[in-house]
Design a protein around this ligand. Structure first.
Ligand code: ATP
Length: 346
């Protein structure tokens, strides 16, 4: 089912939580709402759900105005960060819950409920846990059960609010891939909230980057990563070093490398990702002199922190191989120059 969000605004007292949000969610799409804490992601999700009424704007479900439709009639399924499973019910009963509380007229028979619940438990690959209680499950298993429960009522839309936020990194990564596969099988229009850029880029068909109640950019993972619409998006999607530069005849310069500056600005900020910085042992034209202060191993890559005179620390990332070949170590004098950068008006 498609969802159209038209000029939605929402205030809490004087605070503007959502400011003129416009977004079309395509049928069957898996969309990530990405942004820092407090940017309005959860509020937007709650507006879609019908748990929050917007002050202005309109929301259409499948082309029909649903702005005033009650949450129960929107047929949305939810999964939240903190497992909302009923502790006194088995896994089976938790998943069956939404079907059992239906009005008598639409309630399936006991045999049909049993069939459906087992089908869903197989889908989330946890059929073998049907008789356990939530306390006897791992965090990752609980979230999968929560998802099975949300799917039981055959929602038209699935809304997930930081569904894996409370889990450790390894389980989170597994569940992300699993969610992607599940979505590919089911094609339910799904929106999930995350503040983790890696999660959004890896899982979603489209990423909506939010900041201070507004949409900064919406696009495929490649688009937002490779063609960030604003410095905010660029910074939010990965670590970055900032260098300030004056502009001379259309060029900004740092570490001996020149970059084309935006038109009509006399100052520029040069944004350089840690892996875009070249390290040398000897001084070269214009390169920034510094001293390696820390070395951090990140698995396949190594992060070096370099103290550069009269500015903050510069972060440099090398592959393990280049790090070893270079024989870099804390305390060494080095010279830095960026290979690539994005330049915005300063
Ligand atoms: P997080 O990642 O921390 O959950 P978020 O992007 O989901 O952040 P929201 O929960 O949408 O942010 O909140 C946006 C802003 O609106 C926050 O500053 C929050 O304090 C405020 N806010 C949310 N709900 C209410 C409310 N019921 N009353 C007053 N302010 C609220």
């Amino acid at each position: 089912m498609s969802i159209e969000i038209k000029a939605i605004s929402k205030r809490f007292g004087p605070f503007q939580a959502l400011n003129d949000i416009n977004l079309d969610i395509r049928s069957g799409e898996l969309l990530a709402l990405l942004g820092p804490s407090g940017c309005g992601k959860t509020t937007l999700l709650r507006v879609i759900a019908g748990l929050e009424t917007p002050d202005e704007g309109q929301i259409l479900f499948h082309g029909e105005d649903a702005t005033d439709t009650h949450v129960r009639e929107r047929q949305v399924g939810f999964v939240f960060q903190h497992y909302a499973l009923f502790r006194h019910m088995t896994v089976f009963e938790n998943v069956a819950f939404g079907l059992r509380v239906r009005p008598k007229k639409t309630r399936p028979s006991e045999a049909a409920i049993k069939h459906k619940v087992h089908e869903l438990l197989q889908l989330v690959q946890l059929d073998w846990l049907a008789d356990r209680y939530p306390a006897q499950l791992s965090g990752g298993q609980r979230q999968r059960i929560a998802l099975a429960r949300a799917l039981a009522v055959e929602p038209r839309v699935l809304l997930l609010d930081e569904p894996f936020g409370a889990l450790d990194t390894k389980v989170r990564k597994e569940l992300r891939r699993w969610l992607r596969r599940l979505h590919d099988e089911m094609h339910i229009t799904s929106v999930f909230v995350t503040h983790d850029q890696e999660e959004a880029l890896e899982v979603a068909d489209r990423v909506v980057v939010m900041n201070k109640g507004r949409i900064e950019q919406s696009g495929t993972p490649e688009q937002v990563y490779d063609e960030p619409a604003s410095p905010f998006v660029y910074q939010f999607l990965g670590d970055v070093n900032l260098f300030h530069s004056r502009v001379h005849e259309g060029w900004a310069e740092v570490g001996g490398t020149r970059f084309a500056a935006p038109d009509a600005s006399d100052k520029a900020v040069i944004y350089v990702r840690p892996h875009e910085i070249e390290l040398q042992r000897e001084a070269s034209d214009g390169a920034l002199a510094g001293v390696i202060s820390h070395v951090r191993l990140l698995g396949a890559t190594v992060r070096l922190e370099v103290n550069v005179a009269q500015r903050d620390v510069v972060e440099v990332e090398l592959t393990r191989e280049r790090y070893q070949q270079g024989g870099w170590a804390a305390g060494q004098a080095v010279w830095l120059s960026p290979r690539e950068a994005r330049v915005y008006a300063g």
